[in-house]
Design a protein around this ligand. Structure first.
Ligand SMILES: *[C@@H]1O[C@H](CO)[C@@H](O)[C@H](O)[C@H]1NC(C)=O
Ligand SMILES: *[C@@H]1O[C@H](CO)[C@@H](O)[C@H](O)[C@H]1NC(C)=O
Ligand SMILES: *[C@@H]1O[C@H](CO)[C@@H](O)[C@H](O)[C@H]1NC(C)=O
Ligand SMILES: *[C@@H]1O[C@H](CO)[C@@H](O)[C@H](O)[C@H]1NC(C)=O
Length: 254
């Protein structure tokens, strides 16, 4: 097994200049029906124009890969064609505290400065409920990334490909799930979801090629990070400040 451990392989991010983004994303697969994946979010740095995928997990939070973090990220909801983007929303990025620009802990939440208004083309996706729940093996990956592994070829429209999960023992780490195929996510698809049975189970992180035709795609296992996700997304009102009076009342009761 050859591990192609180039930064470029981890940083599945592309920069898109006008005129170049004329292809369909994901290696293999097919073009998604417009707006059929209403939870899918296009993420772009307003200065460097590097792009990633992400998912809307609540009106005020987008989930993506930590290696997509940049200084001027904007998220775009309900996107069909990346050449005609709706108004972007600025975000506050919260990468996993243990992520350090190498595989592992490649997960980030983006807090939207203006919460999304859900409608027919903007929806949230379900997250796993527990770490050990059974995952359907039949999954779908999607993105606006490159359509060839070795050639800059991002897509204007969303593309998707069926992927089959392989035994997680072969993925190298407990916090990773993986698929193996001759097609799948490539540069620019980072941060997008692996959806298995209508639940977002993985986040596109990186790939290794085992030969020139077999690619193993690695996804951050979302369920492994549920405690961090819940803590980070906790609404302030769910954690009321204990007042001195409250504490005194409690003491008096005991
Ligand atoms: C989506 O974008 C493609 C490419 O520009 C265009 O051909 C298609 O009509 C668009 N569909 C919708 C529903 O906007
Ligand atoms: C849904 O919301 C998106 C993003 O805010 C917006 O671009 C789109 O026009 C809205 N669609 C409808 C049908 O209201
Ligand atoms: C994925 O598989 C389903 C069921 O076999 C099929 O209907 C669908 O068209 C496939 N999608 C892609 C992108 O190949
Ligand atoms: C991975 O792909 C590259 C580029 O296509 C190729 O040069 C390399 O030999 C491949 N690695 C293996 C282990 O086959």
């Amino acid at each position: 097994m050859g591990i192609l451990w180039l930064i470029a392989t981890l940083l599945l991010v592309h920069s898109c200049s006008p005129g170049v983004c004329m292809h369909h994303g994901i290696v293999g697969g097919k073009v998604s029906i417009p707006h059929s994946r209403a939870y899918m979010v296009y993420i772009r740095d307003s200065e460097t124009k590097t792009a990633c995928g992400g998912i809307l997990v609540r009106e005020d939070f987008v989930m993506t890969a930590a290696h997509c973090n940049r200084n001027h990220l904007m998220v775009y909801l309900g996107v069909n064609d990346t050449d005609s983007l709706p108004q972007g929303i600025a975000v506050h990025p919260i990468p996993h505290p243990k992520f350090e620009n190498k595989p592992g802990h490649d997960i980030m939440l983006l807090k939207l400065k203006t919460p999304a208004t859900l409608n027919k083309t903007v929806k949230t996706i379900t997250l796993p409920e527990t770490e050990n729940e059974e995952i359907s093996k039949n999954c779908l990956v999607m993105g606006w990334g490159w359509q060839y592994y070795n050639k800059e070829s991002p897509s204007r429209v969303l593309k998707e490909a069926n992927e089959t999960l392989i035994d997680s023992k072969n993925c190298g780490s407990a916090d990773i799930i993986c698929t193996e195929a001759s097609n799948g996510p490539a540069l620019g698809d980072s941060g997008g979801p692996l959806v298995c049975g209508n639940v977002a189970q993985g986040i596109v992180s990186y790939y290794i090629n085992e030969s020139s035709t077999i690619y193993r795609s690695m996804y951050t296992h979302i369920a492994h990070y549920l405690p961090w996700i819940h803590r980070t997304m906790e609404k302030p009102t769910q954690r009321p400040h204990e007042t001195w009076k409250g504490k005194l009342d409690k003491l008096c009761k005991n």
